[in-house]
Design a protein around this ligand. Structure first.
Ligand code: CAA
Length: 396
């Protein structure tokens, strides 16, 4: 029996609108970000002006409906944006990613109408900057074992929060933080609650800024809570739902980090192709040598495979908006493969460029330093493998 395949079900072509968006973001990134990326990497300054401009373009709340101050676009638009911004500067794309996936997505999915009006609108429009705070000095991958505490006040109007969080992207500049902390420690995962924190209130301080290997322009710091009084209406979701919110939001975040990794990989790859065409050794362009060709072939193949996994995860997230189904495995696979591809490509790019790859005169060494974080934050590669395998095996 002849079975007819229907091509439209496997159409991987981007729509004209997506292509237009990609072009607009690429032009912006080339004009406004690329020329200053080395400066911000060197100084570690936060690129506030660029962040404000991204806000004006609607890039700080890409998937947030327009009624809440966002651009009302889809997840494909989000990953295209992340890829193009990361290609120019990974650090800037980190700021974008946390604001979009971890903060806007969390507020949109779990916030009350009042919280959306009060907080989401400003974060999605880029008027305010958001941060997400799960990690603590003694709990990274094992996120359920946090030491910080929130205790309900005697009159029941506030939670009193104490403790120290770490590795918070945009921590020193954030206006609002989605904070995960223990309200009922004896319940373990089910004792964690999410809160919306206003950082200009007493009892909050951004602590030590991390001196990082890469993504240096994205400010990362500790957060210190000393008797911070958070009104009960700032509980995000329900009391005890925090761990699930943290994980749900990380599923979205991991797709963004995968797209960031793709952007870094492509930047490293494109520079390598250019260099392999021009640089001569032994009387011929180095691209004519098979050992360089093998590197180029492996880079390109892994980049295109990453792209497919990222689009597949983005489409799964789009479907989830209708069905509510989780897309955990798709997100973890995309992040795992794309981040290892970024590291592979950055490593190969340094090797292809030789001494110039090691020099700070070219951005190649920056790609190498920036790529590494994609294998660590929002869940290490080891955690992604664990998540994928547990889901496939039906284990907990
Ligand atoms: N979506 C919804 N719920 C989820 C979930 C998901 N993706 N994953 C787990 N859960 C739920 C489970 O269903 C379970 O719920 P019940 O108890 O009600 O059944 C509960 O959460 C506990 O799940 P597990 O037993 O699987 O929990 P675990 O302790 O074994 O941990 C883990 C699982 C996957 C290792 C998790 O802790 C994890 O992802 N760790 C990595 C944390 C991480 O990515 N940290 C990065 C922080 S952000 C950052 O990097 C900084 C930044 O600013 C960018």
């Amino acid at each position: 029996m002849a079975v007819q395949a229907t091509p439209s079900t496997l159409n991987l072509t981007l729509s004209a609108e997506h292509e237009d968006l990609r072009r607009a973001v690429r032009d912006f990134a080339r004009k406004e970000i690329l020329p200053v990326a080395a400066h911000f990497d060197e100084t570690g300054e936060f690129p506030m002006e660029i962040v404000r401009k991204m806000g004006e373009m609607g890039l700080m709340g890409i998937e947030v409906p327009e009624e809440y101050g966002g651009a009302g676009m889809d997840t494909i638009a989000y990953v295209l944006t992340m890829e193009e911004i990361a290609k120019a500067d990974a650090a800037t794309s980190t700021i974008l990613s946390v604001n979009n996936s971890l903060v806007c997505h969390g507020l949109l999915k779990f916030g009350t109408e009042a919280q959306k009006q009060k907080y989401l609108r400003d974060v999605a429009s880029g008027a305010k900057i958001g941060a997400y705070s799960l990690t603590e000095p003694m709990s990274g991958s094992d996120a359920g074992t946090m030491k910080s505490r929130a205790v309900l006040s005697e009159d029941g109007t506030h939670y009193i929060i104490n403790g120290r969080k770490s590795w918070v992207t945009s921590g020193p500049v954030a206006d609002y933080v989605i904070l995960f902390t223990m309200t009922e420690p004896e319940k373990k995962h089910h004792g964690i609650t999410a809160f919306i924190i206003e950082t200009d209130k007493e009892g909050f301080a951004a602590g030590k800024k991390e001196p990082k290997l890469g993504i240096r322009a994205s400010a990362t710091s500790e957060l210190i809570f000393e008797n911070y009084r958070c009104p009960v209406e700032n509980v995000l979701g329900t009391v005890g739902q925090g761990f699930k919110i943290a994980m749900t939001v990380l599923d979205a975040g991991r797709i963004g980090i995968a797209a960031q990794a793709l952007g870094i990989a492509e930047a490293a790859y494109e520079a390598s192709v250019e260099y392999a065409r021009q640089r001569e050794a032994f009387g011929a362009p180095i691209g004519s040598f098979q050992m360089i060709q093998a590197k180029i072939a492996d880079m390109k193949t892994r980049i295109e495979a990453s792209r497919l996994l990222i689009y597949s995860a983005a489409l799964a997230k789009e479907r989830s908006k209708q069905t509510g189904e989780r897309y955990t495995t798709e997100a973890s696979m995309a992040k795992l493969f794309a981040s290892e591809t970024a590291m592979f490509c950055a490593h190969a790019a340094v090797q292809i460029h030789g001494g110039m790859g090691y020099s700070r005169e070219l951005p190649i060494e920056r790609y190498f330093r920036d790529a590494k974080i994609t294998e660590i934050y929002e869940g290490t590669s080891e955690i992604q493998r664990l998540v994928i395998a547990r889901n496939e095996l039906g284990l907990r």
